[in-house]
Design a protein around this ligand. Sequence first.
Ligand code: SF4
Length: 721
Amino acid sequence: MHPATATPTHCPYCALQCGMNLAPGRGESPLAVEERADFPVNRGALCGKGRTAPALLSSRVRLTEPLIRSHATGRLEPATWEEALDTVAEGLDRNRRAHGADAVAVFGGGGLTNEKAYALGKFARVALGTSQIDYNGRFCMSSAAAAHQRAFGLDRGLPFPLADVPRTGCVILVGSNLAETMPPALRYLTELKENGGTLIVVDPRRTRTAEQADLHLAPRPGTDLALALGLLHLVVAEGRTDEEFIAGRTTGWPAARAAAMAHWPEHVERVTGIPVPKLREAVRMFCAPESAMVLTARGPEQQSKGTDTVGAWINLCLATGRAGRPLSGYGCLTGQGNGQGGREHGQKADQLPGYRKLTDPAARAHVAEVWGVDPDTLPGPGRSAYELLDALGTDTGPRALLLMGSNPVVSAPRAGHVEERLRALDFLAVADVVLSETAAMADVVLPVTQWAEETGTTTNLEGRVLLRRRALTPPPGVRSDLDVLHGLAARLGPGQGHPDLEKKFPTDPAEVFAELGRASAGGPADYAGIDYGRIAREDGVFWPCPTPGHPGTPRLFLDRFATEDGRARFVPVEHRAAGEEADAAYPLLLTTGRVVAQYQSGAQTRRVDELNAAAPGPFVEVHPRLAESLGAVEGQPLAVVSRRGRAVAPARITDTIRADTVFMPFHWPGEGRANTLTNPALDPVSRMPEFKVCAVRVETVDAAGRDTTPSTGAETADAAA
Ligand code: SF4
């Protein structure tokens, strides 16, 4: 049904959560996007993904009825909601009764609203009694989150609003291609430079973002940690530390200092490939102004040492007094639409709502009281995302899986193996908007409402809690994820002696948000003072916000850090090799990332004509020297081979990439799937897989896909090293 008036809301995609108005549409699209210049984060600007988001609301590209896999045909066939929910409840319950509660797993997503993420975590622990829940945000922000917790005692992506960025003196942007991932945010960097500030970009590729930089540092993939340590070494050697700040507001400096002093500039040059003069220039630019920031994204974080790498950048900020002060600090540019809120309210394997720890008895007691259950019935922490996927269908792992808002067949590392594990399950249910590659493997597919058809909150990369409003009535065949959980609880409860279990799973998002506020009260991410009316009036409220009269907290740590003693903690870190380094058999390094017209696994954006026209398929970015050694020309199919598999995509030859490195975007399934190749080596603290670096070789192939390579690229890699 077409709406009568425009509705102010937010984009369904990335963590910038751009404001937009949804006006009545024309033709096939029920809605049209209009600028919303009064929303302070994007000030009216939108990228192509946001502008075209209503295209997914049309029934032509989406699921509008439940599907059940037919035993007779093996195909997914239309079913009623009653049949579908009965089948899901039976599939989950059958495995739980036969093999115990942990035989049933739940997998969520960083795109789910706060209400859904909260309800999903509660559903796993209360309705299923399983510890086996995690989500795809583990693949995105978990290393930065862990480093935040270690250093500051609290994880909020940005401890300051984006509006502070143009007013600082220098920004080091590490492993972020804002120009493609969230284009409206590039404006903050442009304004920084217009105000006289400087921009340093750290990226193995000379991206469109790096083109804007005053200084571009292009380290060998997997060496950002050595780079940060080398810069800290120079800060100390050149007497640029802020001793008063270190003494008054931090602990642990001597050990961190000693670790950094082992990283001589010449050694760092050999490890990273960045010449010493450029290292010195970076230190001068960072230390010269009164204030400065370091912002990281997936580049340094998606490594098997991501937590330590982020920790090293935080140490640089602390040693120079660039933290806990106005216009200075470290921040993480969160990726997914609700990447921040999605990690705060209980869908993570080790967490309860409000960013409480599942292992903390007081936290368990508080949340159990809100949920009306005995704290002893709450399971403990479960497996992290990749470990959970890796265990599916094994003798000791989950045998049934309920998956919401994620497409691991495309987005998980070592995706071919993950596909095998999904196939080994006894039962798979997927709730999604479209028939994603993962949904296509399910026993039951539940078609759910999407952003413009439901109300709910998200928390953007600044920690600003936002309200997405329902702008039109969903098609009759779809239900919200909250309805799904309510319907499943109604079916699972009676068999457990809880005939009214469904009452614990309301379907009204405002009711769920109010309960989330109570569950988060007193916790690190305290939402107790926030309600829908207030978000609407104030256009977002920054957490923590413990009471209705509290103003919210746009800037953290100005008086004290969130540690017990109020001081930030230096953590000594050492550089170490990536999980896989280049060798004779695999002489090149693969790094992966995104392009501007597609989003994450592409499940949504690959169904939008305009976006597909702009970015129709995968490619392999190679340096001209590597292309020459292979005898490859632009557009020629190249096979990229790692220890986990082989992906084929056309060559894109460019001198914006290092000669020892190749790049593939990860949005596509099939033979060009980048994640067929990636290494699931995990960070020991965050359990983040190493998407950003693995060893590969590149081969030319003929039309039939046969290897025609005269060279593996080893010569080029040697030359570049
Ligand atoms: Fe949407 Fe992100 Fe694009 Fe903004 S930058 S329109 S939030 S995808």
